[in-house]
Design a protein around this ligand. Structure first.
Ligand code: B16
Ligand code: MG
Length: 215
């Protein structure tokens, strides 16, 4: 029986994925490394430091630790500039109602995000208090596809992994949910998220019950 719903943040609750994309693309192009939407898919759900490693590997570039630190700070500064103007109106369509219906049905709600900026973004969206538990990139050692973020979230919610469902837009996130032993709802298509248990395009007029019936 499902007792908890764990939400990814970027690309599920709001569209910060586009801002990560812009900030990484500017940084990669500045280093002379090509960067497109297809490559960006590999970075979704992956921590900041692991994302930089993947970009450098893609460009066959080796940098020392201090230069990497500098680039990580630059990327984050740019990302924070881009998210600065976000507000409640940036919650993705249908999501606020979806969460409201879960709460009314007594389902516990958590956030499981690789982002170290997750709490700042949730505050901007004025949605922080909707969640009993928020696990972000500051609280985990291993980023998605490792299951740590979701296992920790379930544990703090007081639930078994089998009692939780995860909503994810990233390949790494879906893999993390499955490795955690949870049902994974993919926000996207069967083609881009083949390991999810079912798929949705958005949350308008959707409830968890009707999505789970499709599995
Ligand atoms: P930050 P999620 C992830 O968040 C993003 O999908 C990923 O693109 C980003 O690199 C990662 O957070 C780290 O974010 O630089 O803000 O710490 O999708 O797990 O909510
Ligand atoms: Mg995401």
């Amino acid at each position: 029986m499902i007792k908890g719903c764990i939400f990814d943040l970027d690309g599920v609750i709001c569209d910060t994925a586009q801002f990560h994309f812009i900030a990484w693309k500017e940084l990669a192009n500045g280093l002379g490394i090509p960067f497109d939407e297809a490559f960006n898919e590999k970075l979704k759900g992956v921590s900041r430091v692991d994302s930089l490693e993947l970009i450098l590997e893609n460009g066959n570039l080796t940098l020392d630790t201090s230069r990497k630190e500098e680039l990580l700070n630059l990327k984050n500064q740019r990302y924070l500039e881009l998210v600065e103007g976000m507000s409640q109106s940036d919650i993705l369509p249908g999501m606020a109602e979806f969460i409201f219906v879960l709460a009314a049905g007594g389902i516990l709600k958590g956030v499981g995000s690789s982002s170290k900026n997750a709490k700042r973004i949730l505050d901007k969206l004025r949605i922080t208090k909707a969640f009993e538990v928020i696990v972000d990139g500051n609280m985990i050692k291993n980023s998605k596809p490792h299951p740590e973020v979701f296992l920790k979230c379930a544990d703090l919610l007081g639930l078994e992994p089998s009692e939780c469902v995860v909503i994810e837009d990233a390949q790494a996130g879906v893999e993390a949910a499955k490795r955690a032993g949870m049902i994974a709802i993919g926000v996207g298509t069967k083609e881009n998220l083949p390991n999810a248990d079912t798929w949705v395009t958005d949350f308008r007029h959707r409830t968890l019950d009707d999505i789970l019936k499709e599995i």
